[in-house]
Design a protein around this ligand. Sequence first.
Ligand SMILES: Nc1ncnc2c1ncn2[C@@H]1O[C@H](COP(=O)(O)OP(=O)(O)OP(=O)(O)O)[C@@H](O)[C@H]1O
Length: 256
Amino acid sequence: MNTVLQTKGLCKTYIVNKRQNNVLKNIDLTIFEGEMVAIMGPSGSGKSTLLYCVSGMDRVTAGEVVFNGKETAKLSDKELARLRLDEMGFIFQQMYMMKNLSVLDNIILPAVKSKKNTESRKETEERGRKLMRRLGIDDVGDNDINEVSGGQLQRACICRSMINSPKMIFADEPTGALNRSSSDEVMNELLSLNRDGTTIMCVTHDPKVAAKCSRILYIVDGGIMGEKEMGHFDGGEKELRDRERELNNWLMEQGW
Ligand SMILES: Nc1ncnc2c1ncn2[C@@H]1O[C@H](COP(=O)(O)OP(=O)(O)OP(=O)(O)O)[C@@H](O)[C@H]1O
């Protein structure tokens, strides 16, 4: 299996009011192509910080992060921004959608900005609309961002994360703000992207979400304290119930 992402001795320290907070401590991690990895752990344990550090949204304090063969610490801010744009997709709860653009324009923005993209605007729009059809939100393309529901907006974020066909998608609580049925729909879309070959790493508090992932990492106090290989989920109801039970037992052992 090919490695997409690898960290060695990753450390992240924040200094707030002259006080040092060692948030991530010596993290060694390897993510293989095609995996769907859930990051779980208590509040404040460093899950989002890990996602930010491995995806180049934030700089590490020490250690190495190699994404798709490139050591991110050695890249300039501009090179890192380009790597994020061309090879990574992001689904973050804060959404980072531009309020003055329509839903479709937000979705295609990463493609419009990418220097790798040689399509005409019309071709990019057509691709954006195709993704929206796939996610069942093709009727809201021309709406403003504040004229759609939370579930529709989250699906728009997934479309946007996909528009440059990224190597890997990073998701921070992708279903956090959604009710159970929207959450299931969003998860099914992520699973389908994963089955098509996109590697996914997602932070979640929800065992129902994590049960659909192929591997779980459990973080406590800035270190990986537990790891569970689940295998890929095949979509069956009974299998899901078994996985949820198995995961809940394991989480209890971790002190969840
Ligand atoms: N930009 C920042 N500046 C200073 N401290 C930060 C910053 N971001 C996070 N922290 C601190 O790092 C620690 C870990 O935060 P992080 O958001 O990674 O945890 P988390 O496990 O994702 O938590 P939660 O489950 O509550 O979202 C916390 O103590 C937090 O206060």
